[in-house]
Design a protein around this ligand. Sequence first.
Ligand SMILES: *Cc1c(COP(=O)(O)O)cnc(C)c1O
Length: 497
Amino acid sequence: MRAHPAGPLHGSIAQPTPAGAPPADLGALDPHVWPRTARRVDGEVHLGGRPVTELARTHGTPLFVLDETDLRGRAADFATAFDGADVHYASKAFLCGQLARWIAEDGLHLDACSGNELALALAAGFPPERIALHGNNKSPVELRLAVDAGIGRVVLDSFDEIDRLVPLAAARVAAGGAPVPVLVRSTVGIEAHTHEFIATAHEDQKFGFSLATGDALTAAVRVIREPALRLAGLHSHIGSQIFDTAGFEAAAHRVVGLLGQVHQATGEVLGELNLGGGFGIAYLAEDDPVSPADVARRLRAVVEAECAMVGLPVPRLAVEPGRAIAGPGTVTLYEIGTIKPVRLGASGTPGAPLVRNYVSVDGGMSDNIRTALYDAAYTCVLANRVSDAPPALCRVVGKHCESGDVLVRDLWLPSDVQPGDLLAVAATGAYCWSMASNYNYLLKPPVVAVREGVATEIVRRQTLSDVFALDAVLTDVPAPSPAIDQPAPEHPVGTTS
Ligand SMILES: *Cc1c(COP(=O)(O)O)cnc(C)c1O
């Protein structure tokens, strides 16, 4: 890339705005994108029957508001669609004690990707036999926790891991316990993205055993011959935010082929096929995800057809949705702090706006890194009121010391938005709170669950005292008071006049 002075050069490359034409109603809550209970009452957004200004006043901003009806409704949709199969909630999307309890109550399984996710689920009382542990570098301590807790599945990812697990499993068997149930994760050479997938002969990535090199078969045979382990089946996971079932169908074809190879090599008929997660959600009105019912129908059809071809009985299916359960039901509330109109250059496309408003809010990449990290697309609305002011092209940015600190790259907001207004960003339930950081010593926001008019803080806001406690010099130093991280009582959020 050629370096140049900031500004004018970009400005003179007349680009049509990616925000498209302004929508007819800037304040509309598209039911496709917003939580199931979101609606406007007298102009103000309500979630789970609670007005956003009251939520912000009570809990401060930034604030994750989780619509329990939405999240549990989506979990139930998957459970119903995959009746007779196992639905594992992929907890890396978002996990806390309350969520673990809901998922347990609703009868789903849970995937952990680290020993600490596993420890959290166990601490919340999640039934161990319904937990699977993933990870490409599970430590001996993590494996020991899994074996001692008696979890349902360890998803094997490398030969080193098998070497590490066998002595732990053998000790359990020697003490009269059952062999440790495992899956072999195979990398099937299918990489799926939003609307397309790539099928390759091999995969250049860190997860799983390669099917193409024969490692997956070798691993399966080795596990079958190991008395302390029980090979329950095979696993594959092909990507994330996928809108099409074609990638899953291609993966199912290859992994059923591996079932056939295992049968040929050992005579063993494996009973379980886990096709992973990655089901897409609507972040924007134009996104068009497949329903759980359609996904279930197509996956069943392709697995049945493939099994018939290799002459094997149809195994029990499992899937691992994370985003599709936790993503759509949560919104993030922010308070606007500053608005800066920035000139885009004199000679733009005729008709294109010449000014972009940088709308800065009180959080940013520390509570939602996905825009900065993956160029993810989000939408947001003015939440505390409606406005009939004409649309203005805006970019919603955070308060971090980093110009990539963008939350919503391009969108239209009413031109009269002002400091003190509340913005709600849609579909932030997955991979936002769980990826939060303390960059610039900003503090992790709380998560408030709303349902039928009741708001419950299920994760409290991190405090500066929490952070000082980790610092050798500051452990015993009191955090400033009034604390920067705590909204003052009756903080006049969202009250613009
Ligand atoms: C991340 C992950 C998932 C969940 O992915 P989503 O896109 O959130 O559905 C499921 N399975 C495995 C193995 C994963 O790594």
